[in-house]
Design a binder for this molecule. Sequence first.
Ligand code: G4F
Length: 331
Amino acid sequence: MIRTALITGITGQDGYYLSRLLLEKGYRVIGLVAPQRRNNIVKLGNLIEQIEIYPVALTDAVALLEVVEQFRPDEIYNLAAPSFVPDSWNDPLGTLDLITGSATRLLAAIHQLGLTTRVFEASSSEMFGQVDHAPQDENTPFRPMNPYAAAKLHAHWMMVHHRQRYGLFACSGILYNHESPLRLPNFVTRKVSLAAASIKLGLSDRLEMGNLQAKRDWGYAGDYVEAIWRMLQTNTPEDYVIGTGQLHSVQNLVETAFGCLDLDWTRYVSIDSKFIRSDEHFQLVANPAKAKRDLGWQPQMTFAKLIEEMVLTDLDRLRSGLIAPAVPQQP
Ligand code: G4F
């Protein structure tokens, strides 16, 4: 029996890796894209012919209900979200509607149609916010510090409430930062990998950064989608913290990336206050013991290998003219 999975945010980094995993496992994959971003399906590369793509706005409850009714998926993975945290301050209400509203509309569709669809919500470590201890696990209190995190937390509680009240198989993965060569260049790992590769090829001569002492728990997106899939294969729906359990500073990231190319980062990197965030906490690091114990999940990629892969991929892309070199950005 072929299982059907519906993925929102299919053209994002996680959408790509999850689609690839599910196709390998023999799933029929239905992907939803925002109608105004339908051109982004080129990002799916060679997977595109195996995925059925539908332009559906996640703000449109009727369209969502119709697509869920049409396909009656065995599993729904809700990955769509505006994910660059600082942007959420520009449009807090829009962020809330896109993140919380979409999750709620999906849950309502499943409930209204009386389906047994299993649903995954991409929650975020940002929900922990101003933590008073590290590492964090599934029992750590949430203290969100920005509209993105507050919206994610609201969506997270929607999953919990629909699970408890209606018995839906709804789970959240509280995902820490996860990266890959498909990360967009406004996120710090890709900003650094692209800059290092551009400098190596003589296409750029500087990199302006925010706080080099900021720390994150960075993992590999390909590992995280494996955890996400396993969450929907268990006997009981539960939430899981997914991260590596290891903190690295932004400076460590820069040193690692430039080191891959034998570049002395101190010659190129300067601090620009416009990239410094006043509202963040630097001890967001996972205790993924529950995922390891219950899902048998273990991240496979090391931090150094991940950054090296990102840098070398950007070097290849630049050499073959597939992408433009790094240019100074707005925060
Ligand atoms: O790469 P970032 O922009 O990711 P951030 O804000 O941690 O959020 C990512 O991970 C979350 C947790 O999984 C997700 F919920 C969210 O959607 C997203 O995927 O920044 C990482 C760190 C921050 O501490 C930031 O202040 O890098 C620091 N940083 C220092 N200089 C910089 C820069 N970040 C960016 N983007 N650019 C800089 O120049």
